[in-house]
Design a protein. Structure first.
Length: 191
């Protein structure tokens, strides 16, 4: 993931919201579907990896007593921090996942359009971190783009690699959610 740090820094320097998360109807619909598919109404401790400017983060923070949003890019984290101000238990910080995985435990782990940026060894390490920090019945939500990614893995390949690595550490139930031709959405309920 560190290979992408300078790439994302450049993106946010040229455009404060490079994927138009704040105004895109497509992104709003995807976030609506993601939040509607959450299994619990309230969480004690949630984390979102790859929070970008914090649009989804704010929606998740509203449902968490404690919430941590993480991104590689400083400018993205500044925007996310501003969006999280209304939520006293929420914060955003710069970190490189999976190496800088924060201390848990978590009962909500959001991995939306992020794991396909990782290499195979990083996916395996991420799965171990999720296993170690996920509470019993933790929801680990995977949302992945189905199209071309310019990364080592497609979204589907990354999801399969993550699930295989996680299963080596911990049992989970896989709950497929309605997706679209553009993305798939799976919730892993950790045992």
């Amino acid at each position: 993931m560190t290979d992408f740090a300078s790439h994302f820094d450049r993106l946010y320097q040229s455009n404060p919201d490079p994927w138009n998360y704040a105004a895109s109807p497509y992104e709003a619909a995807k976030y609506d579907a993601t939040c509607a598919a959450l299994q619990s109404g309230r969480y004690r401790s949630g984390i979102e990896i790859g929070c970008s400017v914090g649009v989804l983060s704010a929606r998740l923070a509203a449902r968490c007593d404690r919430f941590l949003a993480i991104d590689l890019a400083e400018r993205a984290v500044q925007s996310a921090s501003a969006r999280l101000l209304p939520f006293p238990g929420a914060e955003a910080k710069v970190a490189c996942i999976p190496v800088d995985w924060p201390e848990g435990p978590f009962d909500l782990i959001m991995l939306s359009e992020v794991i396909y940026y990782l290499q195979e060894t990083e996916i395996a390490l991420l799965a171990a971190k999720v296993s170690d920090s996920g509470m019993r019945r933790c929801e680990c939500v995977l949302v992945n783009w189905r199209g071309h990614t310019d990364t080592h893995f497609t979204g589907n390949q990354a999801r399969l690699a993550f699930c295989a690595a996680l299963r080596r550490h911990r049992d989970f139930a896989e709950i497929a959610q309605p997706g679209t031709p553009d993305y798939d959405h799976v919730t892993l309920m950790l045992a």
